[in-house]
Design a protein around this ligand. Sequence first.
Ligand SMILES: [Zn+2]
Length: 286
Amino acid sequence: MAKRQTAMKTFLEKGEKLAEEFPEESLNTLRKFWEAAIKELSERYECEGATNQHTSSNLRKRIPPRLFYYLQHIQSMGNYGSHFQEDGVEPSIEDARYCVYAGQELMQWIHPETNEYLANKKENFIKVIADAVPCQHCEQPIGGVCLKKNGLPTATNCEHTVRKNAYSSYRRNYQKQYNTTIADAMHELIIELNIKNGQYLEAKDIRNWFDKNYPAYTENAVNSHAMMMATNLKTRHSHPVSKNGDSKYNLFFAENRKFRLYEAKNDPTPLQFGKPNPFTTNEEGI
Ligand SMILES: [Zn+2]
């Protein structure tokens, strides 16, 4: 591993360790991670500026926005961490945790090979936690069941929290490689299964298709997307207003606990996304 890469990894790990007890020191450590990260990126994109600040601005157009925001956030919080006395409010554990998260996302993007749990799409998605990731708490390797203090194995889904977290990140990394969204995959399903107007689909047909094609999406996420994409289910009220007007989400019509394709010509107008505001009068002005 290159020297700077090792340093970045070390700052990140140190920042993570400090986050729970010493948030401001964690933020200061992550600020060092930030310095190394912009140095690395500015060499990669040949855009080094006279100061770190210039370098940082030069990166804006060169890296994906999400990662640029993470960089900016770590930088700002690093400043806050070292000067918090000025406004008298200490940085919180949550502040530090979010910066650790931002740093990890950056690290994974800058050096994908450093991520221990980086999923390989060519491998099948592993559904059993113990078979996918090791446990850093009871030090069980992959394949080893978590052990309680008394040496007995834990029940399924009662693995140690660090292992569950590692598994979530394994799942997320796998999802990133899909390069799609659940909503788009839902349309893919309709085409692949050649679903015709009036034909019924059960929730379990949808789940089975996802299980075969996109196993890293959780059953829960798939179910709630199917419901959200049904034009006549009230669950739409609890989804963001921004989805209104995007016909991608007007896919299904729910009937008798089953789904069929929504037909704009015959079916009622899709329900709106977003909760109706109780403080405004309705359209009739009543
Ligand atoms: Zn364990």
